[in-house]
Design a protein around this ligand. Structure first.
Ligand code: EPU
Length: 418
């Protein structure tokens, strides 16, 4: 069992490079299996457990995967298995993008229902609605999604909720459908745009990604391409919040500042100085922080994936802050862990009321999910004394080498194996 051990109280200084976006990369890898010829060479792939998991999954389908540093080469011309039913598939969320990709290319697939972070009910009704609108027959059998279609035909699909997953999955499936598909009330997250750009690089015709209406004109086939994943908005936001919480001056590099605007705006409102440059943001903080209110919302609103790290900084900001988590119904489980460190937080349903305390104190805590883990790391960095964080496999799913990155900024953090 591994844990992170942090001796808190150090200010952070220096520069940190942000890795490729997890939630783009975990969709791009499955989407690559839709290529019927050539290889996909994908750069800026983050070194995280979810990617390793997906590599094993696509290999189990018969694809060849080669890793060279941050670059992955996928040859899906050798794919010979349409049954994605392994423990790895069940473990992670993004494995469900294989449904869209296999349905597009082979008109059939069997993919075990996905797992992912325990942050609330995670239905896939909007994915199913989209596949059915394209002409697929969709059944849930023995814990797997079974899709078949004679052929796929373009359709108008209006999503009942703004969903990243269904927008991406149905967009992938529609690339090889006959005619035009229109997705309305589509998610606008940067990773949706990144996947659309990747599909276009493979020869697809996707327009409008980044707005709430995406038009996909079906093409005959997709082929391999060279592509580079965008920087991770959530990893960047996590480091911005950590720097603001610890005090000091940190340049968060290799980012797209536009993607960080909602986070920048909240930190500025808290009294933190944020300087935007072309592909970096500089955070200057004297730890004199003011409480603010947060309501999570689909992009360009405040990201739910940053809500938990944000709750840590708000627990030591002056005055009262209120967090309203509008996307997931149980994404406040980390609050009990923060309370062990002295935070004063009350949870009522999806709302957390935080009364800022002077300081947090080190304790033995656990990462209840991925972003909760990031919240606990930041808590450990600002707390007096030593913090030990368990269940860090959650953190490793989405943050590449988190302890090395914080260490390079002057934090006292290391990993221990028990
Ligand atoms: N929803 C439905 N029906 C569906 C799909 C979603 O009702 O068919 C609802 C969900 O229950 C939720 C809302 O729609 O209330 C948004 O869900 P969405 O589909 O956008 O989430 P997701 O695709 O399952 C991705 C990220 C999450 C991130 C959310 C929201 C990946 C692999 N995961 O999940 O990231 O919180 O979008 O931005 O891309 C994380 O990285 O820590 C993480 C959990």
């Amino acid at each position: 069992m591994e844990k992170l051990v942090i001796n808190g109280g150090k200010s952070l200084f220096g520069s940190i490079d942000i890795s490729g976006a997890k939630n783009a990369a975990v969709a791009i890898l499955p989407a690559a299996v839709a290529a019927g010829e050539g290889k996909c060479v994908i750069d800026n792939i983050p070194d995280i457990a979810d990617i390793n998991c997906l590599e094993r999954i696509v290999e189990s389908l018969g694809c060849t995967v080669e890793r060279n540093g941050n670059s992955l080469t996928i040859d899906s011309t050798t794919l010979n298995n349409l049954d994605a039913c392994t423990e790895d598939v069940r473990r992670m969320r993004a494995s469900y993008y294989l449904i869209g990709a296999l349905l597009a290319r082979f008109k059939k697939a069997r993919v075990e229902l996905p797992g992912g972070c325990p942050i609330g009910v995670r239905p896939i009704d909007q994915h199913i609605k989209g596949f059915e609108a394209l002409g697929a027959d969709v059944k849930i059998e023995h814990g797997a999604v079974v899709v078949t279609a004679e052929k796929l035909k373009g359709a108008n699909i209006f999503f009942d909720v703004v969903t990243v997953g269904a927008t991406i999955n149905v967009m992938i499936a529609a690339t090889l459908a006959e005619g035009v598909t229109t997705l309305e009330n589509a998610a606008r997250e940067p990773h949706v745009v990144d996947v659309a750009n990747f599909l276009n690089a493979m020869g697809a015709n996707v327009k409008g990604a980044g707005t709430d209406i995406i038009r996909i004109t079906g093409v005959e086939s997709l082929k391999g391409c060279n592509y580079s994943v965008i920087p991770d908005q959530i990893e960047a936001g996590t480091f911005m919040i950590a720097a603001a919480s610890c005090g000091g001056e940190v340049r968060v590099s290799n980012v797209i500042p536009k993607h960080l605007e909602s986070i920048t705006a909240k930190l500025t409102e808290m009294g933190v100085e944020v300087i935007e440059e072309d592909d970096s943001v500089i955070i200057k903080s004297d730890r004199n922080l003011k409480g603010v209110n947060i309501k999570t919302a689909p992009y360009p609103g405040f990201p739910t994936d940053i809500q938990q790290p944000m709750s840590t900084i708000l627990s030591v900001a002056k005055g009262r802050s209120i967090i309203n988590e509008s996307i997931w119904e149980s994404r406040l489980k980390h609050v009990d862990e923060l309370k062990k460190m002295g935070a004063n937080i009350k949870v009522e349903g999806r709302t957390a009321i935080l009364d800022g305390v002077e300081k947090l104190t080190g304790a033995i805590v656990k990462a209840t999910d991925l972003r909760a883990g990031a919240a606990m790391v930041i808590a450990g960095l600002i707390a007096d004394g030593t913090t030990e964080i368990y269940s860090i496999e959650h953190i490793d799913r989405g943050y590449p080498h988190i302890e090395d990155k914080f260490k390079s900024l002057g934090a006292d953090i290391h990993r221990e194996t028990e």
